[in-house]
Design a protein around this ligand. Sequence first.
Ligand code: AMP
Ligand code: MG
Length: 482
Amino acid sequence: MQIQFDNSYARLPERFYARQAPTPVPRPELIRLNAELASTLGIDARWLGSEEGVAMLAGNATPDGADPLAQAYAGHQFGGFVPQLGDGRALLLGEVVDTAGDRRDVQLKGSGRTPFSRGGDGKSALGPVIREYVVSEAMAALGVPTTRALAAVATGEQVARQQGPEPGGVFTRVAASHIRVGTFQYFIARRDHDAIRALADHAIARHYPDVAGSPAPYRALLERVVTAQAGLIAHWLSLGFIHGVMNTDNTTVSGETIDYGPCAFMDDFQARKVFSSIDRGGRYAWGNQPEIGLWNLTRFAETLLPLLADVESEAIASAEQVLQGYSGQFSAAFGRRFRAKLGLAAEVDGERIQACLDLLERQQVDFTLFFGRLTDVARGGEVEPLRALFSDPAAFESWFATWKDDTQSGARVDDMRAANPIRIPRNHRVEEAIQGAYRGDYAAFHRLVDGLASPYTADDAYADLELPPQPEEVVHQTFCGT
Ligand code: AMP
Ligand code: MG
């Protein structure tokens, strides 16, 4: 056996999924393999890159021990509940226990129709495959909990999309699990309380095993998920990341970022910034993400009510207590991250953070460059490159004087370096990688993945990746992978 699968999800009741083989594709071609990740999964990267391995990655062969299935889930999409979504273009091949002892899902995305495909073709175009590879690996390198990219393959076939036919691809995603808030919602919508209990027990065993022995394990599960999501969203905000499609089916119980559809990193800072072409109301704007996080967690809590207490009013009171903790946890995490970005001590008033963000917004300053150059200043570098980011020098000087006062005893340079990446996956670079891939040229894609692998370390070879777009390069909108 090339991969040691151990498929715990497939051992859950049959109504949790639909067994489904992937659909073969005409001419699989490996684009990129994540050899490092493969080896932590105990998979021989040379084998994975061989004809046999690539056949698996393309869905043309099912390896021994795999048990491919499409998972059932529901979800609120832009606030509206859809009782059945499910893996319509993805298949869980199986699970492996990695070298650290952690269980990981191995999932193919774009591997053909499933019973959950509804009107869709079950396929993926190459663009979304490239985007997810670049951004999810960049997020991992940035230190953000995230699903990972194991491989990208081109299928040699065209898929029909709104803008016309596009080359197809299959993405192999690795995740702590694919259990979503929407997975719980699928069962609560069917009043299937046995399934909710089985799923909660499975999620606890998998992600929060230490709460299993607690006197109130399901409440503890809710607490853990609230904490994980509060921390995750604060982390996103600190990097200028906009998820773009924070639906409950894209909210994991593990606390990993999932679904890199219309996501984007901001260039110049705007709290209300939105990129997704389908987010017309700005529901998932940068600054709305904390509030949406709580909304999604409230939907999660609702699914757990039958497990929290026998009497409904007690269950609701218990859930509300836990949810009330969210805002404090988010604020604390947000404050810690932005204090680190600014090199401020814990005692410095949190209002300084908002004042800085307001200034960046008014002056349309590039978020990543600002914090990078501020870090350089804290390390004894010139002020001029920082000042040059501002169109109004007076506004900068007055802010800068306050910052110097606040950091009189020295800015916390190590905190700043660890919190302020030099390179992020800027949209125009992601777009360039996608456009190259559509021409069959993967050079820009490979270079981008390589350049983003150590985002906190200065590297002249990738200096161009630090820069914001030229006016003609600005990407205004991103599109879902559908
Ligand atoms: P997402 O936008 O990835 O969160 O997907 C939302 C839902 O639409 C999920 O149930 C997907 O499986 C389904 N879906 C998206 N694209 C396709 C497609 N091309 N074919 C079938 N189902 C799809
Ligand atoms: Mg999704």
